[in-house]
Design a binder for this molecule. Structure first.
Ligand code: AMP
Length: 532
């Protein structure tokens, strides 16, 4: 964090400093294109000069990812003292329009792929000031990043610690995603704790496997920029063959969701000794199966391997467990423990009345720290529901179930609600159901995560009761309002939906029916068999 007693703070401050110390060192590499630290700082400074006089809400949308423009846009927005708001390129137009209206952006930065999404409806909802990458198709009235006036590198605007650094969207149960607002102070606290163990230097070549809409990108980007490391951005194609990317770029630091390891193992790609260049491997976002992490450790013999845990609402992560020999395993789950909290965190395990459970019992993981987000953008009720004052302290209720063992190590024990992770994407099943019901024109509809392999969801299945229909047409219609990864891969028309003792749809019974159905290999059966 750029801290200066006179100028205040700016999250781009470290980038500004790095551009002075190692100006010619590569900051971001995308395919064959590279931006040095000086080049990145120059374009961020030029962008900031355009943005600064236009800031009203101080929010700048980033409709760009895995491109130089995405990083120029983020750095430029930060430099200007704005809040950067990544918008997902996988969102359909309807969702982009709804969120842009809600956000009232001052400006929008687009790369080539982002520009393609600017149809008439999106342009109408977008701010007047659009800044496009040089390789984007023409956008009416837009400025080009490469054509902005270059007056050298000016210092970034000082901002107070409570200023919002970014807003990161994640699935919300009411139909639209919810925006997690993270302050500069929370980000500073995160970096302070994380640099202690990540230890980035100018010698590091860091693989960026995530879109900038995912908060793991915050970790890589800000740690790299302050240390002068190089970010190597993976394309969607690189994600299919990560082994090639890591080897050809001699990557030293890797971070991803565990799903990628599972995928490599399934394809027989994770060979012993494959990654000699890696010194740090970090996994996050989902339970980390022990066989998978051990296979990775054999593939990366010179690497420390860490499992980190945390929701976006606590600024990336707050707990960490190193892979040891033997591993610290979570009983009966064959996954690695989530470990011990960061020094700046208090962790509690609560019962349903927010009272601590005795050690050794399962409770909801609650977190308290300077890293906690300010809450959800424009959603005071939801914020009050998840961020609670308890005995004079502000806690975030994660919805994760956990247990603390006799050594003070925490273990993840699943969820207390219907939030799932699908290939790293955080999804509230209720959000998918809301769209399913609207599209199918019935309330008798439910969605389950299925199948579950090694504790991880592999897909979504929709159930619709009491009517027949065209599953493919329904899926197509859902894609108008949901990103593809949230559209169920299969639609089952059933006579009725099973109910549990509380009269709610029994998702467990539906999943059990799918298990039986797939074991039988008989697609013609109907889930009426599971109706009590
Ligand atoms: P996100 O906000 O997308 O980072 O998702 C946060 C959620 O992912 C947490 O609340 C957990 O449910 C899950 N999660 C994150 N890290 C881990 C981990 N290391 N092990 C198990 N679950 C995790």
């Amino acid at each position: 964090m750029g801290r200066d007693s006179e100028t205040g703070w700016n999250i781009a401050g470290p980038l500004f400093q790095t551009a002075q110390t190692v100006p010619d060192h590569p900051a971001v590499v995308v395919g064959k294109a590279t931006l040095s630290y000086a080049e990145l700082a120059r374009s961020a400074s030029a962008l900031a000069r355009v943005l600064r006089p236009r800031l009203v809400t101080r929010r700048v949308g980033i409709l760009a990812t895995r491109s130089l423009a995405a990083y120029q846009g983020i750095a430029g927005a930060a430099w200007a003292g704005a809040t950067y708001v990544p918008l997902n390129l996988k969102w359909p137009a309807e969702r982009l329009v709804a969120l842009m209206k809600e956000l009232a952006l001052d400006a929008l930065v687009v790369d080539r792929n982002g520009a393609r999404l600017l149809d008439r409806a999106v342009l109408e909802a977008a701010p007047k000031l659009i800044i496009a990458s040089d390789d984007a198709a023409a956008v009416p009235g837009a400025l080009r990043i490469g054509e902005l006036e270059d007056r050298g590198i000016e210092a970034p605007a000082p901002m107070p610690a409570e200023h919002s650094a970014y807003i990161m969207f994640t699935s919300g149960s009411t139909g639209l995603p919810k925006g997690v607002v993270v302050s500069c102070g929370s980000l500073a606290a995160y970096l302070h704790e994380t640099r202690k163990w990540a230890g980035f230097t100018t010698a590091d070549r860091v693989a960026e496997a995530h879109d900038v809409t995912f908060d793991l990108s915050v970790h890589n980007m800000f740690l790299a920029f302050e240390a002068g490391a190089t970010l190597h951005i993976m394309s969607t194609l690189d994600m299919m063959a990560p082994q090639r990317f890591v080897r050809s770029n001699e990557i030293t630091a890797w971070m991803s969701v565990p799903t990628i390891v599972a995928m490599m193992r399934a394809n027989g790609l994770l060979k012993d000794g494959l990654f000699p260049s890696l010194r740090l491997s970090v996994f996050c976002g989902e339970p980390l199966p022990i066989p998978a992490v051990e296979a990775w450790a054999r593939a990366a013999p010179n690497s420390v391997v860490e499992n980190i845990y945390g929701p976006t609402e606590c600024t990336v992560v707050c707990m960490r467990q190193r892979l040891t020999d033997p591993p610290v395993a979570t009983p009966k789950r064959n996954i690695l423990a989530i470990g011990r909290p960061y020094d700046n965190f208090r962790v509690a395990l609560f019962d349903g009345d927010q009272k601590p459970v005795p050690r050794g019992e399962i409770g909801e993981i609650a977190l308290s720290s300077a890293q906690l987000s300010d809450g959800y953008f424009g959603k005071p009720e939801l914020t009050a529901d998840r961020f609670r004052m308890i005995n004079g302290e502000r806690w975030y209720l994660t919805g994760d179930l956990g247990v603390e063992d006799e050594n003070g190590v925490f273990h993840h024990m699943g969820r207390a609600d219907n939030q799932i992770k699908l290939k790293g994407n955080r999804i509230e099943l209720e959000e998918v159901e809301m769209h399913l019901r609207r599209t199918a024109g019935t309330d008798l509809a439910s969605v389950v995560a299925w199948p579950i392999v090694d504790g991880s969801a592999q897909g979504l299945v929709a159930f619709i009761a009491g009517k027949d229909g065209d599953g493919a047409a329904l899926q197509q219609a859902m894609m108008q309002s949901l990103p593809r990864y949230m559209v169920p891969q299969r639609v089952v028309f059933a006579e009725r939906l099973p109910q549990n003792a509380n009269g709610k749809t029994d998702r467990r019974a539906l999943a059990a029916w799918l298990d039986t159905d797939s074991a039988k290999g008989d697609a013609e059966t109907s889930p009426q068999a599971v109706v009590a």
